[in-house]
Design a protein around this ligand. Sequence first.
Ligand code: NAD
Length: 944
Amino acid sequence: MAGSVTEADILAIGQSLLQSARQSKPALYRGVSGQILERCLNDAPLRAALFRFIDVLPQLKGSAAQAGHLAAYIEESGSSGLLPGLMKLAARPSLSWLATLQVKHMAQNFLVEESPHAMAAMLKALAAVPANITLDAVGEAVLTDAEADAYRDRVLWQLAQDWQGQVPHLSIKLTALAPAFDPLDAAGTKKRVYSRLLPIIEAACVRNATLTVDMEHHELKDQIVALFFDMVADFKDMRWQPAIALQAYLPETGDDIRRALNSAQRNGRKIGVRLVKGAYWDQEQAWSQERGWPMPCFRDKAATDAHYEKLAAELLARSDVLLPAIAGHNPRSLAVAIAHARHHGLRTGQWEVQMLYGMAEPLRNALAQQKVPLRIYVPAGDLLAGMAYLIRRLLENTASTSILRQTWLDASSDDALLKAPEVPTPKAPEQSPPATLPLSDFSRSDIRNDFAKALAAASGALHSNDRTDDPALHLSRNPHQPSWVLGRTRMTPLSKINVVIESARKAQQEWHKKGTAVRVRHLLALADQIEAERHHFAALQVLEAGKPWREADADVAEAIDFLHYYSTQMLYLAGAHTTTNFPGEHNHYRYRPRGVAVVIAPWNFPLAILTGMTAAALVTGNAALMKPALPGLLSAQALRAAMDKVDIPTALCPLLVGGVELGQALVAHPQVDVIAFTGSRAVGLDILRAAHTPYAEQAHLKQVVCEMGGKNAIIVDADADLDEAVLGILASAFGYSGQKCSACSRVIAVESIAEKLQERLIAAAQTLRWGNPADPSFDHGPLINEAAQKKALDYIAIGQTEARLLWQGSVPDSGCYSPPTIFTDVKPEHRIAREEVFGPVLALMTAPDFASAITMANDSDYALTGGVYSRLPQHLELAQREYRVGNLYLNRRITGARVGVQPFGGIALSGTGIQVGGPDYLKQFMWMQSVSQNVMRKGFVPDV
Ligand code: NAD
C-alpha cells in the first residue's frame, strides 16, 4: 500500500458506505422486472432466453413475431416453474406487449432518451444527489459513413444542449466516428476519425467541455490509445479537456498510465484518466480462444481487483498532472480510492468517482453523503437501439461474480465484501492449445513491421528483367501491375512426364517403407519450416496472387494446419485395425497407399490447397506430383524449396510447371493412381471423364479426389441482426475480391427486411477501399489476371441485361481490377444467379418467407457453402435439415473454414461430399486391405 493509507482506513470507509447503501435496493432489483431478474439469477438458461429476446426485440415487427420468439427461447431454455410459465403466457400475440413493456422498463432504468425534455429531467434528478454527468451517445455498431456522420451529429447535439449550469462532459467512441477502423490502416483511420472529430473538438472548445475517449476491445486498444495521444498533441486549444478510459483487467494498463503522464507533461495540460475494470472480459476470453491469441486480460477476478487498487493509488498520487476518475460499483474498490484521495487531500475538481446511470443508486447516495465528488455515466439514445448496452448492464447485474448481486441480493457479509482481493499464485494458463495455427495479430505493431519487412524483401527480390520471348517460359506477373514480371520459369516439357513418373514410382516404394512415423516427422518438419518463413510465404501471395495481408497470412496458416492435421489423422489410420476376432479366426484391416498421385491445384489458395492435397498424398505413403495453377507458381516453388530443406525428395514430390496440356497429360497417364484435383467445375468434370476412360495398358481404376466451385447463398431472415449480416455478407462476397470457392455470390433476403438490408449493404460497401494489396490501407485488391478481369466484366454486362444494377464501387484504372458490383431484383433463372463468376459480383434476391428462401438457395447445380442469419431457433433448425450444402454457416460469414474445425467441401457439382481437412479425407488416397486368418489347427486353437 502506497503512502500511509492503511487497511483499517479502507475498512472503515467501506463499512460506513455499506451501512447506508444496504438500507435500500437498487431500482433494477425492484418491481416486476426486478423479480424477473432475481428469478433469472440462478437459472442460466432462462437468463440466456431473456437476453436473446432483448437482443432480437428491436428487429421484430408485430406482436406475432415477438410472441413467437419469446416462446421459442423459453422452450429452448427448458426452464419450468412459475416465472417461465408466466413468461410463456405472455408469449402470445395478444399479450406480447406486456413482455415488450417490461423490457422497455428495464431499458429506461439504464438509458435516457435523447430529447431536451428527458435530459433536463435527468440532470435535475441527478443534481439533487448531487452528481454531475457524462453523456454517451449509445447506439448500434457504425458500419457506414452515414452512420458515423449521424453519430457525430448526435455528439454535437449533446454538446449544444442546456447543461443546467454543468460544464458539458461527454464520453465518445472513436470507432463510431469511422466505419473502417483498422489497425492495419492507422494513417487512413486517423484521417477518417479526425474529419468527424474536428467539429466536435471545436464545439467542445466553445463550451469548455471534457471529452473522454471510451475504451473498447483489446484488439483496438493500441490504436485508440495512440489516436488519443495524437488528439492531445494535435488539438492544443486548452479550452477542451481530454480524457481517456483505461481498463484495469489489462496487465499493460500501468504503461498506458505512464504514457498519459508523459503526454500531460509534454503538452503542458492535465489529462483525465477514467479507471474502469473493463467491460469486455467474456468476449475477450471467447475471441482469444477462438483465434488462438493470448488472453489479454487477467483471468482471475481478484487479480483485476488488486490491479485496479494499485492503479487507482497511482492515479490519485498524480493529480498534479492527471485528473483521476475512479469508475465502479464495488464498495471495497471505491473505499480504497476514497482513502487515497483523502490521504492526498484531494478536493472536488481534482478527482471523482464515476458510476453508471441506473446502477447501484444506494451506493451512489452513500458516496454523495460522504461528499465524494460524483459523476454519472449516462447513455442516451433510442431505447430499442440501445439493447446491446442493456444486455451488458444486465449481465453485469446478474452474473454470479457481480458485486451488485453480492451486495444487495446474496447474503454476503460486509467483511466478505470488503476483504482485500487475494490473488492466487498464477497457474499455467488454462487455455488449451489452439486447434489451428493462430492468424497473425496485425493489431500488434511488431507483427505489422515484420510483415512489411518481408514484403519489402520479396518485392526487391522478385524482378525479372530478362526480355527473352520464349513460349516455353512462364512469366509470373503482379496482377496489380501486370507489367511487373516477378519471375520467369521454364515449363516442364510433356516429353519428361514418363521419366518423372517412373522415378516417382521408385521413390514411392522407398517412402512407403519408411513407415508412418518417419513420414509424419517429415511433414511436421515441413510445417515448422513454413512457419519459420510465414511472412515470406504470405508476401509472395500479396505480390503474385494479389492477396491483401490478412488473406495471405490466413492461407499460409491453413497450409501449416493441413500438415499438422493430416499427420495426426494418419497416426490414427496407420497399422492394423482389428474388426472382430473369433477364437479360431483373426480379422483386421489396414490401409495401403495407392501409388502415384497427381496433385492439380488452383491458384486462389496457392499454398494451402497445394500443400493440403500434397500432404494428404505423401503422409498416406504415395508419391505426389505437384501441378499447381500457373498464377500461383511462386508459392509452389517456395513450397518445393522448403521441402528441400526437410529432405522430402524431389523424385518423390516433383514440381511440374505447366497449364492445361500438362494437366491433361498427367490425368491421362496410365501409371497414375490418384488424381487430387481442386478447381473449376468444367475442368473437374473433364478430369473425371478422362480419368475413368482407361487406356489399354492401364490395369487399374484411377481414384479422383475432386473439389469444384460454388454459387453460394446467404439467407437473411426477417429477424436477422443486420449489423452482423451486413458485415458477414461483405466479408464473404468481397473477401479476396470474390475469388474464393466459398464466396457468397447470392443473398436471399426475406421480403420484409430486404429493403433495409439493401440500404445498409450499399452504404457499408461504400466504405471498402480497393487498390494495391501490398498497401494495407486497402481492403481488397485486383483479380488474378486479365482473363479473370474480363470474365467478371462480362458477367457485369450480363447482369445489366437481366437484373437491376444496385451499386458499383470504384477501382483503380490500371491493373486487373473489376469493380465490386451488387445487382438486385435477380431471379433464380438469371445467369448471375446460377453461374460462378469468381469475382466481386453479388446478386440480391428476395423470398416471401424463410422456407421459400431455403428452396431458392437449394436451386443450384452447386452445393458448397451456405449461410443463414436468423434468430429464430425453428428457422435455424429448418436450415440444418433442409439447406443442402457441404458447409452450413449460421449467423456468421461463410468463408474462412478452419482445418479440422470446419471440414470443407461440397456435394452436387461442387464436390464428392468427402471433406478436405476432415476425418475421411485421407482414406481417398489409400485402399483398404482386409485380412482374415484362420488360426485353428486340427481342432487346436493357439492362444495368440
Ligand atoms: P481451374 O479449374 O481453371 O484450374 C485448376 C487446375 O487445373 C490448374 O492447375 C489448371 O492448370 C488445371 N487444369 C486446367 N484444365 C485442366 C484439364 N483439362 N485437365 C487437367 N488439369 C487442368 O481453376 P482455377 O481457375 O485455378 O481455380 C478457380 C476454381 O477453383 C473456381 O471454380 C473455384 O470455385 C474452384 N475452387 C474450389 C475449391 C474447393 O475446395 N471446392 C477451392 C478453391 C478453388
